[in-house]
Design a protein around this ligand. Structure first.
Ligand SMILES: Cc1ncc(COP(=O)(O)O)c(C=O)c1O
Length: 354
């Protein structure tokens, strides 16, 4: 990986993973009661797992170092080698997890081409294979709430219910990648357990909008979570005094959930200003949560040029394609920050191809 020696980034819209722990979060971490997690003796981790199991309405939950590990453990347990996982073509499990589904589980992915990372029951049915000796066995459907590369789109509850019901008719298991589930909850007013109900397994990430340095929690049936423990250990994810990390997550559940509304508001403010720049298009135009995709095609400037100019101003917006960029709001970017970033973007685009 290369790091450009540009000016220090002061407004980081590259991802909502860019947050630093707050002073109050650090205080919670340093005072947490801890023990050896592998021996089941860390009380703070146990409290977090119980809290997330309740939040998602599941029997049990397991603290893991990352969302990727939640997805990979769930996928490997839901499938057998040669099975097929169905998800949106923009899904993180398909394009952004080092092909773990194939490497760890020996499974295939059947991606569904869909707008905004959301598909319906008929698209699911079209992707399910008829049982044949020579075909992969369709086994699992994954829905991503919110859909990251769908521009932070929120899966409507009715669509989730319809897709999950159809999945059951086909005999498939159903898994939620809930990296930004709580953003969906705050945007829609729908409880996490209502979104999670149709799923066998679901997880939430703490290192994104919730502002923690590390951590995600996978929830599901008790026996599934017991099996997940074996994989956690196998992958090197079993920890020792993990309560230091779990305390940050508990703090975030208490203090960083409702405030996600501010991130959504800042994303809308940024998007409105960016959309007013000649040649810049917001894609899709409706910003539902904290993610904004920009399309610069009509401006004649490419994303790499704009990104380099923004970096000189201490601003990071992620390059997503030749003329596509992604901005993500979070705890460490204020309203003034997004306004400044939008002004800098206007300047970077107005300079032209140079
Ligand atoms: C939708 C989605 N799923 C999973 C992940 C993986 O989470 P982590 O970075 O905690 O491994 C991400 C991270 O960006 C994501 O956006």
């Amino acid at each position: 990986m290369t790091h450009s020696p540009a000016v220090r980034v002061t407004i980081d819209l590259g991802s909502d993973t860019a947050t630093r722990p707050t002073a109050a979060m650090l205080a919670a971490m340093t005072t947490a009661p801890v023990g050896d997690e592998q021996l089941g003796e860390d009380p703070t981790t146990a409290a977090l797992e119980a809290r997330v199991a309740d939040l998602l309405g599941k029997e049990a939950a397991l603290f893991l170092p990352s969302g990727t590990m939640c997805n990979q453990i769930a996928l490997v347990l839901h499938t057998r080698p040669g099975d097929e996982v169905i998800c949106a073509d923009s899904a993180h499990v398909y394009g952004s997890e080092g092909a773990g589904v194939a490497v760890l589980g020996g499974a295939l992915v059947r991606p569904i081409a869909c707008a905004r990372g959301i598909f319906g029951p008929d698209q699911l049915s079209a992707a399910v294979r008829r049982p044949k000796m020579r075909s992969p066995r369709s086994r699992l459907v994954v829905m991503e709430q919110t859909a990251n590369r769908g521009g932070g789109a929120v899966w409507p509850l009715a669509t989730i219910a319809a897709v999950a019901a159809r999945a059951r008719e086909h005999g498939l298991a159903v898994h939620m990648d809930g990296a930004r589930l709580l953003n969906a909850c705050v945007a829609s007013g729908i409880a996490a357990r209502d979104y999670a109900r149709p799923f066998d397994t679901a997880w939430v990430d703490f290192s994104k909008g919730l502002g923690c340095p590390v951590g995600a929690v996978l929830a599901g049936p008790r026996d599934f979570i017991q099996d997940a423990w074996v994989w956690k250990h196998r992958l090197g994810g079993a920890l020792r005094q993990s309560g230091v990390l779990a305390a940050a997550c508990l703090h975030a559940l208490d203090h960083h959930v409702e405030r996600l509304a501010e991130d959504h508001e800042n994303a809308r403010i940024f998007a409105a200003r960016a959309a007013a720049i000649p040649g810049v298009r917001i894609d899709p135009p409706e910003v539902e949560t904290n993610i904004v995709f920009l399309d610069l095609a009509a401006s004649g400037v490419d994303a790499a040029t704009v990104s380099a100019r923004l970096r000189q101003a201490g601003i990071r917006i992620m390059i997503e394609g030749p003329t596509r960029m992604r901005a993500v709001t979070h705890l460490d970017v204020s309203r003034a920050g997004v306004e400044k970033a939008a002004d800098a973007l206007a300047h970077a685009v107005e300079l032209g191809a140079g």
